[in-house]
Design a binder for this molecule. Sequence first.
Ligand SMILES: Cc1cc2nc3c(=O)[nH]c(=O)nc-3n(C[C@H](O)[C@H](O)[C@H](O)COP(=O)(O)OP(=O)(O)OC[C@H]3O[C@@H](n4cnc5c(N)ncnc54)[C@H](O)[C@@H]3O)c2cc1C
Length: 598
Amino acid sequence: MPVYKAPVEDTLFLLNDVFNIERYNNLPGFADATPDVVEAVLGEGAKLCEEVLQPLNHSGDQEGCKRNADGSVTTPKGFKEAHKAYAEGGWIGLAMDPEYGGQGLPYTLGAVMNEYASSANMAFAMYPGLTMGAIAALYVHGSDEQKRTYLPKMIEGTWSGTMNLTEPHCGTDLGLIKTKAVPNGDGSYAITGTKIFISAGEQDITENIVHLVLARIEGAPAGVKGISLFVVPRNKVGADGSVGENNHVSCGSIEHKMGIHGNSTCVMNYDGAKGWLIGTENKGLNAMFVMMNEARLGVAIQGLAQSEVAYQNAVVYAKERIQGRSLTGAKNPDKAADPIIVHPDVRRTLMSIKAFNEAARAFVIWNAIKSDIAHRSGDAAERQAADDQLGLMTPVLKGVLTDTGFDNAVKAQQMFGGHGYIAETGVEQFVRDARIAMIYEGANGVQAMDLVGRKLGRDGGRAIMAFFNEVGGFLKDNAEDEALRPLLAPLQVSLGHLQQASMWFMQNALAKPDNAGAGAHDYMHLLGLVSLGYMWARMAKVAQDKLNAGANGATERMNTKLATARFFMERSLPETAAHLVRITSGADSTMALSAEQF
Ligand SMILES: Cc1cc2nc3c(=O)[nH]c(=O)nc-3n(C[C@H](O)[C@H](O)[C@H](O)COP(=O)(O)OP(=O)(O)OC[C@H]3O[C@@H](n4cnc5c(N)ncnc54)[C@H](O)[C@@H]3O)c2cc1C
């Protein structure tokens, strides 16, 4: 059976030593997050994930969700109780406003918990995850009355939240949405339409479900400029907050799908359901973007989470499974063969996943802190800079962490040989579960286009220039450090590749947009690799400083960090060269064939 241990020690190294979150004590909520509190919070979270969520992962996958004849949905055995434990532990409201029952702690800690929960049981973690996204959208764009009505119940976990964008004929192109909203004359709207693929659309773990639904008000302009966002509770809510009769919202069916079997994926029918406008008419996408950006970071974390749990299981197996002999002589002479971890190709595989996971965790935390700054800082310039970075990096996090997370789940599966293909070992579930993260919340091809088409050039390229300055400044500041030099030299080269690619787009994409489209995927991965390389540079510097200072009992851990950093710089980062070559070859060969020639 698969195992999982939350990487608390690695997280604490990042929070305390690399990003030094104590220095953000001026931000609301951070002063309460002392190192002791953070360690205690993460320890509790790890325990819940390891002892409650992880044991339900395999059984939840085998059992799946069932839609009953009356339209209700039964989630796998144990999910309801696990959700109760999750909610009662205060995890849904960890970073939420205390005015509505939250704890007001940094969002960064919520992102860490999301990683642990998604590694332990991704299908389960989506239930509270979607609720948190819906809370964020209501918190930013909801009216005071909407916030008072929904937020306390959602934060305490008795009601859940969902996001309803997709319709049968549109997923990426939301301008095509047909679900309609007709004013009732009393401030509410009658919502009618069908949404598909709605995660957690119906379930048996909360007493009510708060659907956030994109719809078009009668007479609204065509396209994305005519879409509004509505809050539509499954059951009507009385003035005293009581849950009443069904609000003409029903689950028509649930999908049978490749992975995340424990999460219900629903066709949702709205038959004149009563809904209330969130924010301004026809500005629904703006409001939904709060939820989508939060969800994109959440999905990025799913990529890391599946990569991590798959890696942990591959390591256990590679140490146990004996096959063949080491190329440098028997390591296990008393046994018939050596464990497969002696083989360089197995090492290459494990190192590449490990080097990705630790940098990806840093990349998530670095950006989660920016999210806290963007939402909580009193300094407008600081907020702006943090928001710039988040805008630039959100598609990179989503696209790169989920593409690589899936690749890594496959690599980890490979370590099991044929046994990895057999359901019993549990590792094939990680592959199946990881796959969806590349698709939902905007397919990764669309993330790449968002990066190159919108984020790169926004405000005269301010965000990417700030990134160049930050990485370039770090390299300059540490140029004299002999110990770091072999690690920083490859990063300098790859930063150059990124700058050349950015310049190439500026010169070649405006007149010929296909050049941007054909190079977008490579650019997203190029920026992702440089970002991960920068994370390794920062981690290596801290590790080296700690070693220089005596390391305080952490010598082996810091040496392990430096060795992993070296692997990343020597073996993963050089891929930036190939990305640059592909980008600068332009779109001609990609677009050479007519549609008929395929
Ligand atoms: C298990 C599951 C759970 C989901 N949960 C939710 C949910 O909770 N709420 C919700 O609203 N939706 C949900 N979805 C829907 C999901 O977000 C969409 O499936 C996804 O956004 C892609 O939309 P589509 O399926 O219509 O594909 P399409 O939009 O038809 O895209 C098909 C392909 O074309 C590519 N493509 C399309 N347009 C472009 C373009 N302009 N440039 C480049 N490439 C392009 C895409 O990258 C994709 O590879 C879920 C889906 C699944 C399978």
